[in-house]
Ligand binder design. Structure first.
Ligand SMILES: *[C@@H]1O[C@H](CO)[C@@H](O)[C@H](O)[C@H]1NC(C)=O
Ligand SMILES: [Ca+2]
Length: 201
């Protein structure tokens, strides 16, 4: 009897830990599809609730022709910034279809290889609290688009202390510890995904 109870309690306990871990691992992976957010309100990244997201151009296998879609992201606090890491890009009709990332009026991905094509991954960091991402496509054939990770960056948090819930990337970006080992490159240099064992990931 006592042994059965113990078994039940410990099973529940491990189940609870498992669920908490699962939730932690999902936070920055929460998927958002740009073609479903076009022209909507500003999307706010918040340090505690939504410190990072995964942004994909489309939920379909290919994006639509004649698209002109803009989505805007902002930080919850004026001291915060945004890191946008393009993890995969597949915009083959180049330069007919274009992705542009703006920080106010400044174009952040000025290199045309970062606006279309199938470039290697790249990262841009905002110098303000808002970023807008615009995608336009022409009438010709389309491809799968892109996958990006967007994270809050805390440049004002000196030393980026782990015990207060931060993670210091090797490139010195400071992101939420919740984005560590969730399978998405929020640092830009991938160091939040480098040291992830099967158990910790
Ligand atoms: C997309 O729409 C905006 C207005 O919402 C317009 O200013 C811009 O020229 C359009 N871009 C293209 C390529 O059609
Ligand atoms: Ca991550």
């Amino acid at each position: 009897m006592a042994a059965t109870n113990f078994l039940r309690i410990s099973t529940n306990f491990f189940l609870l830990i498992f669920i908490v871990e699962l939730n932690a691992a999902k936070i920055g992976k929460e998927k958002h599809y740009m073609d479903k957010m076009c022209g909507n309100e500003l999307f706010t990244l918040d340090g505690d609730r939504i410190p990072g997201i995964s942004l994909q151009l489309t939920s379909g296998s290919k994006y639509k022709p004649n698209a002109n879609c803009t989505v805007r992201f902002r930080t919850a606090q004026p001291s915060q910034r945004l890191i946008i890491t393009m993890e995969k890009m597949d915009i083959t009709d180049c330069p007919g279809d274009l992705l542009k990332i703006y920080d106010g009026k400044n174009l952040l991905n000025m290199d045309t290889k970062q606006q279309c094509g199938t470039s290697a991954s790249f990262t841009v960091t905002s110098s303000t609290t808002q970023v807008s991402i615009t995608f336009t496509s022409n009438a010709a054939s389309e491809s799968s688009g892109f996958q990006a990770a967007i994270a809050l960056h805390f440049p004002m948090i000196a030393s980026c202390p782990q015990n207060l819930g931060f993670f210091q990337c090797k490139n010195k970006n400071c992101i939420s510890k919740q984005l560590e080992c969730d399978g998405r490159n929020h640092c830009g240099d991938g160091t939040d995904e480098n040291q992830c064992g099967i158990l910790s990931g």
